[in-house]
Design a protein around this ligand. Structure first.
Ligand code: GDP
Ligand code: MN
Length: 381
């Protein structure tokens, strides 16, 4: 579960991490009022859950009410990497001299949490990690003890952070780790952590992902999830009871079983396509579940073609085929081409039943994925 920037900032601020004065706005008028109240210059920031908003035009710095109005008008309602912007965070602009990165995540390789610091903040940290891994200082933490203050200081010094702010940055890192641990975090990140001209540290951005399976013991965050599920697709997935993750590509993927869906994602990538989502419809693929799954991928504007990958175990192939037929027959016009691969129990029977006027049937997973990647390329708008 991913919090919005404004929510993560609220959580960080409550824990004592300095954040800019900010107000959330849903209308242009409210954004201008907020800017006037905060005082210029302010940053107006699209509240959608993607990175790189700045480059995509979703963040604007403004110096007066006219500019604020213009920026809010432009950003509210814009389509940012496939996400509709319906809220902006209006925030006191930070006058900064440096941008750092600090983050905490689970290092699965080591089986331990890891705290990270880099002086290469303000840019995509995955790119930094790929180009120049040494530019990120890492400190593994024993969860039984938590992060010791000396570990935070070590990470900060290893990263080469300026001595004048080192203690403050170390304290932000310790707080971030404590929050991550207390809130069942998956990742927590501040990028950039800005250093101001007066040597203050300020969290100019905030990312907090929570382990969805732990939400039952995080009632405050669960409430934020309701508020955050502004992405229609994610809200839909919650309603339908699907495991769903939205991605950037244009090949919609539906399968049963997380491993099978992951394999399909990897193969789409292998054949030069880009997955639009992870969607696991789970066991049992009666018509209703299939209809719901198709509704999900069809309503994703980024999807240009769909691959359906079902392995029949308890779920029988003929039942799934029936479900796919029924679901697709309900459309006057099927919005995107669908490729189906069935395997396992009653797969042969299923493939015979499938209405080939509605779907393309492929025998192997490789063929099905390749076909869907082709369709997506041909039909991409
Ligand atoms: P992201 O690109 O979606 O991660 O959005 P960020 O909140 O990280 O902002 C991206 C970039 O916008 C930052 O690295 C800054 O360069 C710039 N920016 C964001 N907020 C401010 C601000 O308050 N003042 C100034 N001067 N720049 C800002
Ligand atoms: Mn950022």
């Amino acid at each position: 579960m991913k919090l919005h920037e404004y929510q993560a900032k609220r959580v960080f601020a409550e824990a004592g991490i300095p954040t800019p004065d900010a107000e959330l706005a849903e209308t242009v008028d409210a954004a201008v009022d907020a800017a006037e109240a905060i005082g210029y210059p302010v940053a107006i920031k699209a509240q959608v859950q993607v990175g790189g908003r700045g480059k995509a035009g979703g963040i604007k710095l403004v110096d007066d009410a006219d500019e604020a109005r213009e920026a809010a008008d432009e950003i509210l309602g814009m389509d940012l990497k496939g996400y509709h912007v319906d809220r902006v965070l209006v925030e006191e602009a930070v006058d900064f001299t440096n941008e750092l990165y600090v983050g905490v995540t689970m290092d699965r390789g080591e089986g331990k949490p890891v705290a990270m610091v880099s002086t290469r903040g303000g840019v995509n940290i995955e790119e930094v990690a790929a180009e120049d891994p040494d530019a990120i200082a890492r400190e593994h933490v024993d969860p039984a003890f938590g992060m010791h203050p000396y570990q935070a200081r070590k990470a900060v010094y290893d990263a080469g952070v300026d001595r004048t702010v080192a203690n403050d940055v170390a304290s932000v890192l310790t707080t971030l780790y404590d929050l991550w641990a207390a809130k069942d975090g998956a990742d927590a990140e501040i990028n950039p952590l800005m250093i101001t001209a007066d040597d203050e540290v300020v969290a100019a951005d905030a990312v907090m992902n929570i382990d969805g399976d732990a939400l039952f013991r995080q009632p405050d965050l669960a409430e934020m999830q309701e508020e955050a599920a502004e992405d229609d697709l994610e809200a839909k997935a919650n309603d339908y009871g699907f495991d769903y993750v939205r991605l950037d590509g244009n090949v919609g993927i539906i399968g049963n079983g997380a491993g099978l869906v992951m394999t399909t994602l990897d193969l789409v990538d292998h054949y030069g396509g880009q997955p639009a989502n992870f969607l696991d419809i789970g066991g049992g693929a009666k018509a209703e579940r299939v209809t719901n799954a198709l509704d999900m991928v069809f309503s994703d504007e980024n999807v240009d073609a769909v691959v359906f990958n079902i392995f029949g175990g308890i779920t029988r192939g003929d039942e799934v085929a029936q479900g796919i037929n029924e679901a697709l027959e309900a459309f006057d016009e099927i919005p995107k081409r669908v490729v189906v691969r069935l395997a396992g129990t009653n797969a042969e029977e299923g493939m015979e039943i499938l209405n080939t006027d509605l779907v393309t049937v492929e025998k192997t997973l490789e063929d099905a994925v390749q076909r869907a990647v082709e369709y997506a390329e041909e039909d991409s708008q």
